[in-house]
Design a protein around this ligand. Structure first.
Ligand code: ADP
Ligand code: ZN
Length: 218
């Protein structure tokens, strides 16, 4: 399966994508996670991305597309993949279409996770992430068993530097301006599926796995 998860920051793309990736045995490709990994490793790319990320702005398209091109060649992506946080601009979507055409691959579906804005603010400000493995928690709706400690790896939970109300406002403005037009782009390609992700984060995993399986091309 080859999927894209669209949605505003806090819509639950990361949570849903990791659940679907585990259920389907396909690669979870999160450009946000890739940038954060580069930043932790202090690579040139990571240092470049940091300024954009902390301001809630997008990393330039050529940098992002180049990183995705490399990631897509990795072994685990041969079984299929879910893009989470990519593409985020029309130029990225067009670059992806060209990349897939070159590899003779087609997308199965683009799933748009819809969540009202007030809920996005609530989710983002209560979100926590494992410093070590990246697992996502929420102090209100999906707490870890022991406060501050990851259930999976024992790593320390932290709040992302850009998960505050002020940066979220900037990220949302960028989303409406640059990313929302992709809904129409993929609707025209006949790939769009909408998913109401308003229930508690994590509780709709079975439903989304179901939706994903139904969108499989034959
Ligand atoms: P969220 O969807 O919760 O806002 P992500 O983890 O997907 O967060 O992204 C965090 C930041 O990483 C973005 O605000 C942006 O600076 C950068 N980023 C991630 N994906 C992309 C992309 N496809 N294009 C440009 N910048 C990106
Ligand atoms: Zn962990």
């Amino acid at each position: 399966m080859r999927l894209i998860f669209l949605g505003a920051p806090g819509a639950g793309k990361g949570t849903m994508a990791s659940a679907v990736s585990a259920a389907e045995g396909i690669a979870h490709i999160s450009t946000g996670d890739l940038f954060r990994k580069h930043l932790t490793d202090k690579t040139e790319l990571g240092i470049l991305a940091e300024g954009y990320m902390s301001a809630g702005k997008l990393v330039p398209d050529d940098v992002t597309v180049g990183m995705v091109r490399v990631r897509l060649q990795e072994e685990d992506a041969k079984a299929g993949f879910i893009f989470d946080g990519f593409p985020r601009t029309l130029a990225q979507a067009e670059a992806l279409d060209a990349m897939l055409a070159e590899l003779d691959l087609k997308l199965d579906a683009v799933i748009d996770l819809a969540v009202p804005e007030t809920e996005l603010f609530r989710r983002i400000t209560t979100r926590r992430v494992c410093r070590q493995c990246g697992q996502i928690y929420n102090v209100e709706t999906m707490p870890s068993k022991v406060a501050g400690i990851c259930d999976l790896c024992g790593g320390e939970l932290m709040q992302r530097a850009d998960d505050n109300a002020e940066t979220l406002r900037a990220r949302l403005d960028v989303y409406y301006d640059q990313t929302e037009p992709l809904i129409e782009y993929y609707r025209k390609q006949g790939l769009l599926q909408s998913f109401d992700n308003m229930n508690k984060e994590g509780s709709d995993v079975d439903q989304i796995v179901d939706l994903v399986q139904k969108s499989k091309r034959v």
